[in-house]
Design a protein around this ligand. Structure first.
Ligand code: OSB
Ligand code: MG
Length: 382
Protein backbone atom coordinates (compact mmCIF):
# COMPACT_ATOMS: atom_id res chain seq x y z
CA UNK A 1 0.00 0.00 0.00
CA UNK A 2 1.12 3.54 -0.67
CA UNK A 3 -0.40 6.76 0.74
CA UNK A 4 -0.96 9.01 -2.27
CA UNK A 5 -2.96 11.72 -0.53
CA UNK A 6 -3.22 13.06 3.02
CA UNK A 7 -5.76 15.66 4.13
CA UNK A 8 -5.97 17.26 7.57
CA UNK A 9 -9.10 19.11 8.74
CA UNK A 10 -9.15 21.40 11.77
CA UNK A 11 -12.69 21.03 13.15
CA UNK A 12 -14.50 22.65 16.09
CA UNK A 13 -17.73 21.18 17.53
CA UNK A 14 -19.82 22.62 20.40
CA UNK A 15 -20.25 20.45 23.54
CA UNK A 16 -23.80 19.80 24.75
CA UNK A 17 -22.72 20.28 28.40
CA UNK A 18 -19.54 22.14 29.39
CA UNK A 19 -16.91 20.02 31.14
CA UNK A 20 -14.63 21.02 34.02
CA UNK A 21 -11.62 19.10 35.37
CA UNK A 22 -9.02 19.85 38.06
CA UNK A 23 -7.33 22.21 35.55
CA UNK A 24 -9.93 24.00 33.42
CA UNK A 25 -13.41 24.23 31.86
CA UNK A 26 -14.47 23.95 28.19
CA UNK A 27 -17.64 24.31 26.12
CA UNK A 28 -16.46 23.37 22.63
CA UNK A 29 -13.69 21.15 21.31
CA UNK A 30 -11.30 21.49 18.41
CA UNK A 31 -9.89 18.23 17.01
CA UNK A 32 -7.90 17.48 13.85
CA UNK A 33 -9.22 14.85 11.44
CA UNK A 34 -6.71 13.00 9.29
CA UNK A 35 -7.70 11.40 6.00
CA UNK A 36 -5.25 9.07 4.24
CA UNK A 37 -5.92 7.65 0.77
CA UNK A 38 -3.93 4.89 -0.91
CA UNK A 39 -3.28 4.11 -4.58
CA UNK A 40 -6.47 1.99 -4.78
CA UNK A 41 -8.55 5.03 -3.73
CA UNK A 42 -9.35 3.52 -0.30
CA UNK A 43 -9.57 6.12 2.46
CA UNK A 44 -8.94 5.79 6.18
CA UNK A 45 -9.79 8.40 8.83
CA UNK A 46 -8.04 9.19 12.10
CA UNK A 47 -8.57 11.77 14.82
CA UNK A 48 -6.07 13.92 16.69
CA UNK A 49 -8.00 14.52 19.91
CA UNK A 50 -5.47 16.74 21.63
CA UNK A 51 -7.05 19.20 24.04
CA UNK A 52 -6.73 22.84 22.93
CA UNK A 53 -4.54 23.78 25.92
CA UNK A 54 -1.47 22.10 27.46
CA UNK A 55 -3.20 20.97 30.69
CA UNK A 56 -3.73 17.23 30.21
CA UNK A 57 -0.47 16.78 28.30
CA UNK A 58 2.09 19.23 26.92
CA UNK A 59 0.70 18.90 23.40
CA UNK A 60 -1.94 21.38 22.17
CA UNK A 61 -4.12 21.33 19.04
CA UNK A 62 -2.04 24.07 17.42
CA UNK A 63 1.14 22.12 18.11
CA UNK A 64 -0.45 18.95 16.74
CA UNK A 65 -1.34 20.80 13.53
CA UNK A 66 2.28 21.87 13.22
CA UNK A 67 3.66 18.38 14.01
CA UNK A 68 1.29 16.65 11.61
CA UNK A 69 1.70 19.07 8.70
CA UNK A 70 5.46 19.64 9.02
CA UNK A 71 6.65 16.19 10.05
CA UNK A 72 4.19 13.30 10.19
CA UNK A 73 2.16 13.60 7.00
CA UNK A 74 5.20 14.40 4.82
CA UNK A 75 6.91 11.33 6.39
CA UNK A 76 4.15 8.87 5.44
CA UNK A 77 3.35 10.25 2.00
CA UNK A 78 4.50 7.97 -0.83
CA UNK A 79 5.89 5.27 1.51
CA UNK A 80 5.25 1.57 0.79
CA UNK A 81 3.75 -0.46 3.66
CA UNK A 82 1.89 -3.71 4.20
CA UNK A 83 0.62 -3.39 7.75
CA UNK A 84 -0.40 -0.35 9.85
CA UNK A 85 2.09 -1.28 12.58
CA UNK A 86 4.76 -0.02 10.16
CA UNK A 87 3.36 3.53 10.04
CA UNK A 88 4.95 4.68 13.30
CA UNK A 89 8.32 3.62 11.93
CA UNK A 90 8.15 6.37 9.29
CA UNK A 91 8.18 9.04 11.97
CA UNK A 92 10.09 7.20 14.70
CA UNK A 93 12.62 10.04 14.81
CA UNK A 94 9.94 12.44 16.12
CA UNK A 95 9.96 12.48 19.94
CA UNK A 96 6.67 12.60 21.86
CA UNK A 97 3.65 14.23 20.17
CA UNK A 98 1.55 11.14 20.84
CA UNK A 99 -1.78 12.75 19.98
CA UNK A 100 -0.60 13.84 16.53
CA UNK A 101 0.95 10.42 15.92
CA UNK A 102 -2.22 8.67 17.12
CA UNK A 103 -4.35 10.41 14.48
CA UNK A 104 -2.06 9.28 11.65
CA UNK A 105 -1.70 5.73 13.04
CA UNK A 106 -5.50 5.47 13.41
CA UNK A 107 -6.06 6.61 9.82
CA UNK A 108 -3.63 3.92 8.60
CA UNK A 109 -5.44 1.24 10.66
CA UNK A 110 -8.88 2.23 9.36
CA UNK A 111 -7.55 2.38 5.80
CA UNK A 112 -6.04 -1.08 6.22
CA UNK A 113 -9.24 -2.50 7.72
CA UNK A 114 -11.35 -0.96 4.93
CA UNK A 115 -9.05 -2.35 2.28
CA UNK A 116 -9.09 -5.82 3.91
CA UNK A 117 -12.91 -5.71 4.01
CA UNK A 118 -12.79 -6.30 7.79
CA UNK A 119 -14.19 -4.35 10.73
CA UNK A 120 -11.49 -2.38 12.55
CA UNK A 121 -12.12 -4.34 15.77
CA UNK A 122 -11.49 -7.67 14.06
CA UNK A 123 -8.33 -6.32 12.38
CA UNK A 124 -7.03 -5.41 15.85
CA UNK A 125 -7.82 -8.87 17.26
CA UNK A 126 -10.96 -7.83 19.14
CA UNK A 127 -13.13 -10.61 20.50
CA UNK A 128 -16.24 -8.83 21.83
CA UNK A 129 -19.39 -7.93 19.89
CA UNK A 130 -20.28 -5.19 22.35
CA UNK A 131 -18.47 -3.13 24.95
CA UNK A 132 -19.65 -1.71 28.26
CA UNK A 133 -19.46 2.07 28.50
CA UNK A 134 -19.03 4.29 31.53
CA UNK A 135 -19.41 8.05 31.72
CA UNK A 136 -16.93 10.63 32.94
CA UNK A 137 -18.51 13.53 34.84
CA UNK A 138 -16.75 16.84 35.31
CA UNK A 139 -16.59 19.03 38.40
CA UNK A 140 -19.98 20.71 38.82
CA UNK A 141 -20.79 24.04 40.47
CA UNK A 142 -22.59 22.23 43.33
CA UNK A 143 -23.19 18.76 44.79
CA UNK A 144 -26.85 18.99 43.73
CA UNK A 145 -25.87 19.62 40.13
CA UNK A 146 -23.43 16.69 40.29
CA UNK A 147 -26.16 14.41 41.65
CA UNK A 148 -28.40 15.56 38.80
CA UNK A 149 -25.72 14.58 36.27
CA UNK A 150 -25.19 11.19 37.96
CA UNK A 151 -28.95 10.55 37.99
CA UNK A 152 -29.30 11.48 34.33
CA UNK A 153 -26.61 9.00 33.24
CA UNK A 154 -27.52 6.20 35.65
CA UNK A 155 -31.15 6.54 34.51
CA UNK A 156 -30.09 6.20 30.89
CA UNK A 157 -28.39 2.91 31.81
CA UNK A 158 -24.67 3.61 32.21
CA UNK A 159 -23.34 1.11 34.77
CA UNK A 160 -20.23 3.10 35.79
CA UNK A 161 -19.69 6.71 36.69
CA UNK A 162 -16.33 8.39 36.94
CA UNK A 163 -16.11 11.64 38.89
CA UNK A 164 -13.42 14.23 38.33
CA UNK A 165 -11.90 15.25 41.67
CA UNK A 166 -9.50 17.99 42.76
CA UNK A 167 -7.71 18.95 45.99
CA UNK A 168 -8.06 22.44 47.37
CA UNK A 169 -5.36 24.75 46.06
CA UNK A 170 -4.77 27.75 43.85
CA UNK A 171 -7.50 26.51 41.50
CA UNK A 172 -10.16 26.76 44.20
CA UNK A 173 -12.07 24.67 46.72
CA UNK A 174 -11.50 20.94 47.06
CA UNK A 175 -13.88 18.61 45.27
CA UNK A 176 -13.14 15.10 46.47
CA UNK A 177 -14.41 13.49 49.68
CA UNK A 178 -17.62 15.54 49.81
CA UNK A 179 -18.92 14.75 46.29
CA UNK A 180 -17.82 11.11 46.56
CA UNK A 181 -19.67 10.72 49.86
CA UNK A 182 -22.79 12.33 48.37
CA UNK A 183 -22.76 10.04 45.33
CA UNK A 184 -22.04 6.95 47.44
CA UNK A 185 -24.84 7.78 49.87
CA UNK A 186 -27.29 8.18 46.98
CA UNK A 187 -26.03 5.07 45.10
CA UNK A 188 -24.65 2.46 47.54
CA UNK A 189 -23.97 -0.16 44.82
CA UNK A 190 -22.97 1.92 41.82
CA UNK A 191 -19.59 1.30 40.15
CA UNK A 192 -17.95 4.66 40.93
CA UNK A 193 -14.41 5.76 40.33
CA UNK A 194 -12.57 9.06 40.62
CA UNK A 195 -10.00 10.80 38.44
CA UNK A 196 -7.71 13.53 39.79
CA UNK A 197 -5.77 14.19 36.57
CA UNK A 198 -2.56 14.34 38.59
CA UNK A 199 -3.69 17.25 40.76
CA UNK A 200 -2.58 15.97 44.22
CA UNK A 201 0.81 17.29 45.40
CA UNK A 202 3.57 14.72 45.84
CA UNK A 203 5.90 14.11 48.77
CA UNK A 204 8.26 17.00 47.92
CA UNK A 205 5.46 19.59 47.55
CA UNK A 206 3.39 21.67 49.96
CA UNK A 207 0.07 20.06 50.78
CA UNK A 208 1.21 16.42 50.62
CA UNK A 209 -0.13 15.61 54.09
CA UNK A 210 -3.58 16.96 53.20
CA UNK A 211 -3.44 15.08 49.88
CA UNK A 212 -2.69 11.81 51.66
CA UNK A 213 -5.46 12.41 54.17
CA UNK A 214 -8.00 12.98 51.39
CA UNK A 215 -6.83 9.98 49.36
CA UNK A 216 -6.94 7.77 52.47
CA UNK A 217 -10.45 9.01 53.19
CA UNK A 218 -11.51 8.09 49.65
CA UNK A 219 -10.36 4.51 50.33
CA UNK A 220 -13.49 4.07 52.52
CA UNK A 221 -16.03 4.48 49.71
CA UNK A 222 -15.60 1.24 47.78
CA UNK A 223 -14.37 3.02 44.65
CA UNK A 224 -13.41 0.86 41.68
CA UNK A 225 -10.24 2.90 41.34
CA UNK A 226 -8.55 6.23 42.04
CA UNK A 227 -7.21 7.43 38.71
CA UNK A 228 -3.98 9.42 38.38
CA UNK A 229 -3.77 10.99 41.85
CA UNK A 230 -0.23 12.33 41.36
CA UNK A 231 1.66 14.12 38.59
CA UNK A 232 2.42 12.10 35.45
CA UNK A 233 6.10 11.43 36.20
CA UNK A 234 5.54 10.78 39.91
CA UNK A 235 5.60 6.98 39.82
CA UNK A 236 7.13 6.75 43.30
CA UNK A 237 4.35 8.42 45.30
CA UNK A 238 1.83 6.47 43.28
CA UNK A 239 3.58 3.22 44.27
CA UNK A 240 3.66 4.29 47.94
CA UNK A 241 -0.03 5.10 47.84
CA UNK A 242 -0.93 1.81 46.15
CA UNK A 243 0.98 -0.09 48.82
CA UNK A 244 -1.26 1.31 51.55
CA UNK A 245 -4.69 1.59 49.90
CA UNK A 246 -7.20 -1.18 49.21
CA UNK A 247 -8.58 0.78 46.25
CA UNK A 248 -6.65 0.14 43.03
CA UNK A 249 -4.72 3.14 41.71
CA UNK A 250 -5.23 3.61 37.97
CA UNK A 251 -2.62 5.27 35.79
CA UNK A 252 -3.57 7.54 32.90
CA UNK A 253 -1.20 10.49 32.24
CA UNK A 254 1.77 8.50 33.69
CA UNK A 255 1.79 6.02 30.81
CA UNK A 256 2.63 7.53 27.43
CA UNK A 257 4.96 4.77 26.26
CA UNK A 258 5.49 1.05 26.77
CA UNK A 259 8.62 1.95 28.76
CA UNK A 260 6.43 3.98 31.14
CA UNK A 261 4.17 0.97 31.50
CA UNK A 262 7.11 -1.32 32.25
CA UNK A 263 8.25 1.15 34.92
CA UNK A 264 4.76 1.26 36.44
CA UNK A 265 4.44 -2.54 36.49
CA UNK A 266 7.91 -3.01 38.01
CA UNK A 267 7.24 -0.43 40.75
CA UNK A 268 3.63 -1.56 41.33
CA UNK A 269 2.73 2.11 40.90
CA UNK A 270 -0.92 1.14 40.46
CA UNK A 271 -3.12 -1.84 39.72
CA UNK A 272 -5.21 -0.74 36.74
CA UNK A 273 -4.32 0.89 33.43
CA UNK A 274 -6.36 3.43 31.50
CA UNK A 275 -5.35 2.91 27.87
CA UNK A 276 -5.98 5.94 25.69
CA UNK A 277 -5.32 5.51 22.01
CA UNK A 278 -4.54 9.24 21.80
CA UNK A 279 -2.17 9.42 24.77
CA UNK A 280 -0.15 6.40 23.63
CA UNK A 281 0.31 7.43 20.00
CA UNK A 282 -2.26 5.21 18.35
CA UNK A 283 -3.80 1.79 18.02
CA UNK A 284 -0.54 -0.14 17.56
CA UNK A 285 0.81 1.18 20.87
CA UNK A 286 -2.55 0.79 22.63
CA UNK A 287 -2.71 -2.84 21.58
CA UNK A 288 0.86 -3.48 22.75
CA UNK A 289 0.06 -1.85 26.12
CA UNK A 290 -3.00 -4.09 26.41
CA UNK A 291 -0.85 -7.18 25.81
CA UNK A 292 1.77 -6.12 28.37
CA UNK A 293 -0.80 -5.23 31.05
CA UNK A 294 -2.69 -8.45 30.45
CA UNK A 295 0.49 -10.53 30.96
CA UNK A 296 1.15 -8.61 34.20
CA UNK A 297 -2.40 -9.17 35.45
CA UNK A 298 -3.51 -5.52 35.39
CA UNK A 299 -7.08 -5.03 34.15
CA UNK A 300 -7.38 -2.31 31.53
CA UNK A 301 -10.10 -0.05 30.17
CA UNK A 302 -10.17 2.48 27.40
CA UNK A 303 -10.17 6.13 28.40
CA UNK A 304 -11.46 8.92 26.19
CA UNK A 305 -10.56 12.44 25.19
CA UNK A 306 -14.13 13.49 24.34
CA UNK A 307 -13.47 12.13 20.86
CA UNK A 308 -15.62 12.95 17.87
CA UNK A 309 -17.08 9.85 16.21
CA UNK A 310 -13.90 8.80 14.41
CA UNK A 311 -11.73 8.57 17.51
CA UNK A 312 -14.73 7.23 19.44
CA UNK A 313 -15.09 4.27 17.03
CA UNK A 314 -11.36 3.56 17.33
CA UNK A 315 -11.89 3.46 21.11
CA UNK A 316 -14.82 1.07 20.68
CA UNK A 317 -12.69 -1.17 18.44
CA UNK A 318 -9.74 -1.37 20.87
CA UNK A 319 -12.15 -1.94 23.79
CA UNK A 320 -13.23 -5.18 22.11
CA UNK A 321 -9.86 -6.80 22.97
CA UNK A 322 -10.08 -9.42 25.75
CA UNK A 323 -8.06 -7.56 28.43
CA UNK A 324 -10.49 -4.60 28.47
CA UNK A 325 -12.46 -6.02 31.35
CA UNK A 326 -13.59 -2.73 32.97
CA UNK A 327 -16.13 -0.31 31.45
CA UNK A 328 -14.53 2.08 28.96
CA UNK A 329 -15.14 5.82 28.38
CA UNK A 330 -16.93 5.04 25.13
CA UNK A 331 -20.21 6.74 25.96
CA UNK A 332 -22.60 7.62 23.14
CA UNK A 333 -21.81 10.53 20.81
CA UNK A 334 -24.77 12.45 22.26
CA UNK A 335 -23.15 12.69 25.71
CA UNK A 336 -20.91 15.35 24.16
CA UNK A 337 -22.18 16.33 20.70
CA UNK A 338 -25.59 17.11 19.22
CA UNK A 339 -24.17 16.36 15.75
CA UNK A 340 -21.28 13.94 15.28
CA UNK A 341 -18.90 13.59 12.31
CA UNK A 342 -20.05 10.00 11.64
CA UNK A 343 -23.35 8.43 10.72
CA UNK A 344 -24.78 6.54 12.42
CA UNK A 345 -23.37 8.13 15.61
CA UNK A 346 -22.17 5.93 18.48
CA UNK A 347 -25.16 4.94 20.60
CA UNK A 348 -25.40 3.10 23.90
CA UNK A 349 -28.28 0.97 25.04
CA UNK A 350 -28.31 0.40 28.78
CA UNK A 351 -24.67 1.44 28.78
CA UNK A 352 -23.68 -1.07 26.11
CA UNK A 353 -22.20 -0.03 22.75
CA UNK A 354 -22.29 -2.45 19.81
CA UNK A 355 -18.97 -3.00 18.02
CA UNK A 356 -19.59 -2.15 14.34
CA UNK A 357 -19.54 -5.08 11.92
CA UNK A 358 -19.08 -3.02 8.75
CA UNK A 359 -15.58 -2.98 7.21
CA UNK A 360 -13.08 -0.27 8.19
CA UNK A 361 -14.15 2.37 10.70
CA UNK A 362 -17.68 0.99 10.73
CA UNK A 363 -19.66 4.16 9.98
CA UNK A 364 -19.87 6.78 7.24
CA UNK A 365 -17.85 9.94 7.73
CA UNK A 366 -19.98 13.08 7.25
CA UNK A 367 -17.64 15.09 5.05
CA UNK A 368 -20.21 17.90 4.57
CA UNK A 369 -20.52 18.37 8.35
CA UNK A 370 -16.73 18.34 8.68
CA UNK A 371 -16.43 20.98 5.93
CA UNK A 372 -19.08 23.12 7.65
CA UNK A 373 -17.17 23.10 10.96
CA UNK A 374 -13.61 23.23 9.60
CA UNK A 375 -11.49 26.32 10.22
CA UNK A 376 -8.55 25.15 8.08
CA UNK A 377 -7.80 22.23 5.74
CA UNK A 378 -4.55 21.16 4.12
CA UNK A 379 -3.98 18.58 1.40
CA UNK A 380 -0.72 16.77 0.61
CA UNK A 381 -0.16 14.64 -2.47
CA UNK A 382 2.64 12.19 -3.21
O1 OSB B 1 -8.41 12.10 32.32
O2 OSB B 1 -9.76 10.79 31.39
C1 OSB B 1 -9.28 11.92 31.49
C2 OSB B 1 -11.04 14.24 29.01
C3 OSB B 1 -10.03 15.13 28.72
C4 OSB B 1 -8.83 15.00 29.38
C5 OSB B 1 -8.63 13.96 30.28
C6 OSB B 1 -9.63 13.06 30.55
C7 OSB B 1 -10.87 13.23 29.92
C8 OSB B 1 -12.03 12.38 30.17
C9 OSB B 1 -12.97 12.21 29.02
O3 OSB B 1 -12.29 11.90 31.26
C10 OSB B 1 -13.78 10.97 29.04
C11 OSB B 1 -14.50 10.73 27.72
O4 OSB B 1 -13.95 11.01 26.62
O5 OSB B 1 -15.65 10.26 27.79
MG1 MG C 1 -7.89 10.30 33.35
Amino acid sequence: MRIVEAVIHDVELPLVHSFETSSHRKSSLRHLLVQLTDESGTTGWGEIASPAGPYYAAETTTMAWHTATEYLLPAVLGKEWEHPEQINGFFAAVRGHWFAKAGVDMAAWTLFAARSGQPLAQTLGGTRQSVVAGVSLGIEPSIDELLEQVAKHVDSGYPRVKLKIAPSGPNGRSWDVEPVKAVRDAYPDLDVHVDANGAYPGRDQAGYDDALAALRALDQYGLTMIEQPFAPRNFLDSARLQAELDTPVCLDESVETLDDLRTALELAAGGVLNIKVSRMGGLSAARAAHDLAQQAGWPVWCGGMHEFGIGRLANVAISSLPGFTLPSDVSASNKYYAQDVITPPVTAENGVVQVPEAPGLGAEVRTELIAAHATQVRTFTA
